[in-house]
Ligand binder design. Sequence first.
Ligand code: TTP
Ligand code: MG
Ligand code: MG
Length: 469
Amino acid sequence: MTLRAMIDGVPGRTILHVDLDAFFAAVEQRDRPELRGRPVIVGGGPNDRGVVSTASYEARRFGVHSAMPLRTAGRLCPDGVFLPVDGRKYQAASRQVMAILRRFTPAVEQVSIDEAFLDVTGSEALFGDGPAIARRIKSAIQDETGLTASVGVATSKLVAKVASDLRKPDGLVVVEPGGEPGFLAPLSISRLWGVGEQTGRILGELGVRTIGELASIPAEVLVRRLGRHGAELRERALGIDREPVSGGEPAKSVSHEHTFDVDTADQEEIERTLLALSEGVSSRLRTAGIRAGTVGVKVRDATFRTVTRQRTLAEPTDLTEPIWRTALELARPETRGIRVRLLGVAATNLVDREQLGLFPEEDPRRRRAVQAADELRRRFGERAVTRARLLRRPLPEPFERDPRSAVEGRRGVRGVGQAAETGEKERATAGSDGRGSPVEGVDEPPAGEAPEPVDGDESEPEPERDPEP
Ligand code: TTP
Ligand code: MG
Ligand code: MG
C-alpha cells in the first residue's frame, strides 16, 4: 500500500491536543503575582528528599525539570522559589480547564491532570476550523483560568501530541493533512509513542536518531529487530495513527457492593463487610493505576430506604486503610440501630497514574508491601491467599492488610459501577435487589450500566499503550 493510500484510508479528522504550560508552577504564579517571572519549583523544599513535580520556564533555564531530586534542583537554582505540591488547587484548575474544552466538543479525552485530546471534526461548522478552535480554546483558558496552554492540531492523536509539545509555552502548532511525515521527519525518535529505553537502544544500533530515519528503514528490518512493534513504529513514523479520541468520560468510580443473605444489625459484621468492600475497591484502584480522591458509602435498610454519603480525602489514595476508615465514619451514623440489607463502598474523583508519581507522601516500603500483596493475589487468586482469618475474630484496627489475611463474604461482593451521590436519600424500587445465593444476591445495575467484575483480581489491567517488546 502506498503512503498516500494509507493516509487516505483514514477519514479526515481534526484532532487537538491541549497541554497546560508548567502547570503546577503556573497555578502558583497565577495566584501569587510576586512569583511571576521568577524561577518557581514545585515539589517541596530544596533540602527535601523528594523530587521536583514541575518547574516554571524561568527555572528550567537552570536545568531544573520534573522528576529531578529537589536537592539537585536546590544546587542548580539556589535562588529558586521552592513550593510544596497543593494537589487540591491543581485539581480545581484542571476541572475548570476540562469544562472549557467540553464546550467545543463532547469528544474530550482527558489523559492527565493537564492535558486532553479533542476530536473537533464535527464542531467545525459551529466554531471554525481546527486552528480557529485551537485559538479560541487558548484564549478561553487564558481569560477564564489565567493559565496558558499549548495546542497541537493534526489529523491524529499522535501527531497532535507531538505538535503541542513543540513550541511550548503558549504554543500553537498546526500540521496540515498530508504534511505529517514531513513534519515528523526531523524530530527525535524519542518524541514517538512507544520508543522507550530498549527500543531506543535497538534503533540506535540501526543508526536511527530521527523519525525520518526510522521511516526510511525497510519494514522487514524493523520487524526482524522489534517484532510487530517494529511495524507499528514505522507507521507511526509516517504519522499514521488511527486511534480514536475516546469521547466518553474515563471511569468515574470504582465500587463494590454486598447484599446480606439476612439483614443484619450486627455492627461487627457491618464493619467487616465494609473492610472487605474497601479492600476490593483499593485493589481495583491499584490494578488500574489510579487513586480515589473521594470515598462514598451506600447503606440500604430492610425497608429499601437507601442512603449515600461521601467525603473527600485529604489526599487521593489507593490503599485499603484510608478508604475503610472513611467508609466506617460515613456508615456508622447511618447503620446504627437499623437492620442493613445492602452496603456499598465507592471510590470516586479518580486521579490517574501520571499524577501519582508526583505526590510526595509515598512511603516506598509500604508501597512495596501493597504491591507484593497484589502480586500474590494475581498469582494465586484472591481466595487462595485470603482465608477466613478475620472470621469470628475481633475486628482489627484499621490497617493496610497483610496479603494473607482474610476477606470473608467475598463471593457476595460485586460492584455496580455507580457513583455515590452526596448526602442524598432515595427510595429504591422494592425488589430491585433480590437476593438469594451470594452470587445471585447482587444488585441489578442501573439500566444501561454493565456490572463491574467480581473482585479486583479478576479484572485485567488496561494494556499499556505501547509495551516495550
Ligand atoms: P506536564 O504537562 O508533563 O508538565 P508541565 O505542565 O509542568 O510542563 P509543560 O509546559 O512541559 O507541559 O505535567 C503536568 C503536571 O504534572 C506538572 O505541572 C506537574 C505534574 N508532574 C509531576 O508531578 N511529575 C512529573 O514527573 C511530571 C512529568 C509531571
Ligand atoms: Mg503541561
Ligand atoms: Mg501534561
